[in-house]
Design a protein around this ligand. Structure first.
Ligand SMILES: Cc1cc2nc3c(=O)[nH]c(=O)nc-3n(C[C@H](O)[C@H](O)[C@H](O)COP(=O)(O)OP(=O)(O)OC[C@H]3O[C@@H](n4cnc5c(N)ncnc54)[C@H](O)[C@@H]3O)c2cc1C
Length: 416
């Protein structure tokens, strides 16, 4: 879908009758005054989903207002971490493989527009304990799509990365052109690019929307200000269940995730690029993954296993001593020279999980002009550009992917 740019006329030529009626006078009319707000689309939420959607809609010619309660990629937003991995290894899933691949071009373009690199092509290395059918399927898909991927034998793993103890690993898959994105910074500069391209950004905390007569006329801030528009996208990450308790509810459950940074020994460059790629240890029951020492922040390690359910506003964001001991035990096994190194930073973030890890992107069942987008489920960051393109097309009348629909998502308890 990347590269599909709709011009403003095409964008405004929306398919639905209700939307077409609203579009006849571009820019929603203010509910109280009847005056035009001059806004075609309001995006609520300046995380990676909302900011890329704002950018793509603006590129398509729409007048877009992007708002966020705390600011783009803020400390508690799921997009607010230091780094996120972009990789196309999706166990042979064609849609996510393609979206990640197409998104990489947009990420590289964003990175090229800015002085400090936003994408580091360190490579991404997968460590598998068994050779299974899905590895073959994924390798075949990558070959078919022309995406570089190398199979690496255990002997070759040990030779190339002696700082990793690869015992128990049957095969490595290396994606040499993938690597970390600077997460927080890339969302913030994308917001700046969006504003420079004529979009509007404002800090505003939006109250749960009130839908009447099959439409949403305006958003209202918690201070009572209203902004009307033709269309609305709520891309509110782990806050979506609070904003839409009936429609989203427990279809998205935020869960606790610990992230650690360790300082390598002075002068030891083995844990920095180009000596170490980003890596994912599929053999670990907790699915540990990590990043080399990027921008001298330290060696980052985290685990993909679901923690306890967390409230994004009130949840405890301290890391437990047990969690630190567990991550050191893992390091002792796989990265023994880091096991006793100083822990220089610890963070608690959240995954906003759906029951099966598929994103939730759909029209509100009671409002023709309101879309909900979230459920990143620990892998959404890389797809930001593709999600923006998808939502731009979706609200212009393109058919949806069934896996993202509300009807495809069930409520769960966070352990799913
Ligand atoms: C530790 C960790 C590691 C991860 N690693 C990866 C990775 O390696 N690769 C990858 O692809 N993905 C990864 N992810 C997942 C990825 O970060 C998320 O899928 C993605 O950031 C979700 O973005 P979002 O825009 O949906 O949500 P958010 O970034 O949370 O943005 C939602 C925004 O909505 C705003 N908002 C909420 N309510 C309101 C309101 N009422 N009014 C106004 N604004 C509001 C919030 O302030 C927030 O800024 C990881 C996630 C975590 C936590």
């Amino acid at each position: 879908m990347s590269g599909q740019v709709l011009d403003r006329r095409a964008f405004l030529g929306a398919a639905t009758t209700a939307a077409a009626a609203a579009i006849a006078a571009p820019g929603g009319a203010d509910a109280a005054t009847g005056r035009s707000s001059g806004v075609d689309v309001v995006i609520v939420g300046a995380g990676v989903f909302g900011t890329w959607t704002a950018w793509k809609l603006r590129q398509a010619g729409a007048k877009v207002l992007l708002v966020d309660a705390w600011g783009p990629a803020h400390a508690r937003g799921t997009s607010g971490g230091e780094t996120r991995l972009i990789r196309t290894e999706y166990r042979g899933d064609p849609l996510y493989t393609r979206w990640a691949w197409e998104s990489l071009a947009d990420w590289k373009a964003l990175s090229a527009r800015h002085e400090m690199p936003l994408f580091h092509a360190t490579g991404a290395l997968y460590l598998y304990p068994h050779v299974d059918e899905l590895i073959g399927r994924s390798a075949a898909l990558h070959a078919q799509m022309g995406i570089p991927m190398e199979r690496i034998t255990p002997a070759e793993l040990a030779r190339r990365w002696p700082q990793i103890d690869t015992s128990g690993i049957a095969v490595g898959l290396l994606q040499p052109t993938m690597g970390p994105l600077m997460a927080r910074r890339s969302v913030q500069v994308l917001r700046d690019d969006f504003v420079a391209a004529g979009g509007t950004y404002r800090q505003m905390a939006v109250a749960p929307p009130v839908v009447k007569g099959g439409r949403l006329e305006a958003i209202t801030s918690i201070r009572g200000e209203t902004v009307a528009a033709d269309k609305f996208v709520f891309a509110c990450g782990p806050w979506l269940p609070k904003l839409f308790p009936e429609v989203v509810g427990a279809r998205i459950v935020p869960v606790h995730k610990d992230v650690f940074f360790f300082a390598p020994e002075a002068g030891d460059a083995r844990f920095a690029p180009p000596n170490l790629p980003a890596w994912v240890d599929v053999s670990s029951p907790d699915l540990h993954y990590g990043f080399p020492d990027i921008e001298a922040r330290g060696f980052k390690i985290a685990l993909d296993r679901n923690g306890a359910v967390i409230d994004p506003d009130q949840g405890d964001r301290t890391v437990s001593p047990e969690a630190i001991a567990q991550v050191r035990a893992y390091l002792r096994r796989r990265f023994p020279d880091l096991a006793d190194r100083q822990l220089v930073e610890q963070r608690v973030c959240q995954y906003e999980n759906t029951h099966d890890g598929n994103f939730l992107i759909d029209r509100h069942p009671e409002a023709d002009n309101l879309w909900i987008a979230g459920g990143g489920s620990g892998h959404g960051f890389k797809h930001g550009p593709a999600i923006g393109t998808y939502i731009t097309a979706l609200i212009d009348g393109a058919p949806p992917e069934s896996r993202f629909l509300l009807a495809s998502h069930r409520e769960h308890d966070g352990r799913a």
